[in-house]
Design a binder for this molecule. Structure first.
Ligand code: GRF
Length: 188
């Protein structure tokens, strides 16, 4: 069985969708570890409910990012993780993780990259008044929402409610992430 890790910092609806797709055999893999930097995050409860092991850490309790990433890499290696899926993990990765898992770390972002990078992509796109929104999945490098694009899906919305864009985008995110992970696993 192929092995995945999902990194998340918040609600974890993508984590949930990926884990359930694995359990249902839609993705031919198993989520063996959920990595989270916020003990209070909703995703922690979701992992518990699904019986998926978590590594929850407090970045401030480590001397540096390299130190906590070394620990993460050890845990990924111990569990034989082949692909790391970032799903709302709100930290830029350092070379420790990027080198250990080169070409095997992907991220999902709620915009049509390279437009609207960063944590407030949807709000910025609405404020800009765009009419076509979208979701991107890309390989991860050391730049914020940088790295080669793997998949994108656009949708139209002609309004000014970021919450509605989030709702519309979320449905697309779950479907696109599950399909993209499944496709990547066939190639690596
Ligand atoms: C998603 O919008 C994703 O594109 C972004 O963070 C959000 C995570 O949502 N990177 P969730 O925690 O999976 O619900």
């Amino acid at each position: 069985m192929r092995k995945l890790a999902v990194f998340a910092s918040g609600t974890g609806t993508n984590f949930d969708a990926i884990a359930k797709a694995c359990a249902d055999g839609i993705i031919d893999a198993e989520v063996v570890l959920m990595v989270c930097d916020h003990p209070e995050a909703e995703v922690v409860k979701k992992a518990e409910r699904l019986g998926i092991e978590s590594f929850i850490f407090l970045p401030k309790s480590y001397p540096s990012k390299a130190d906590y990433e070394k620990e993460i890499v050890e845990r990924l290696n111990e569990r034989g993780v082949e692909l790391v899926c970032l799903a709302g993990y709100m930290r830029i990765l350092s070379d420790v993780l990027l080198k250990a898992y080169e070409g095997r770390i992907i991220n999902i972002h709620p915009s049509l990259l390279p437009a609207f990078k960063g944590a407030h992509a949807v709000e910025q796109a609405v404020a800009y008044g765009v009419k076509v929104y979208g979701i991107s999945i890309h390989y991860v490098n050391g730049d914020l929402d940088g790295g080669k694009i793997i998949a994108q899906k656009a949708f139209e919305y002609d309004g000014n409610d970021p919450a509605e864009v989030h709702r519309l985008g979320q449905v697309i995110e779950h479907e696109l992430y599950v399909k993209t992970i499944s496709d990547i696993l066939k190639k690596i």
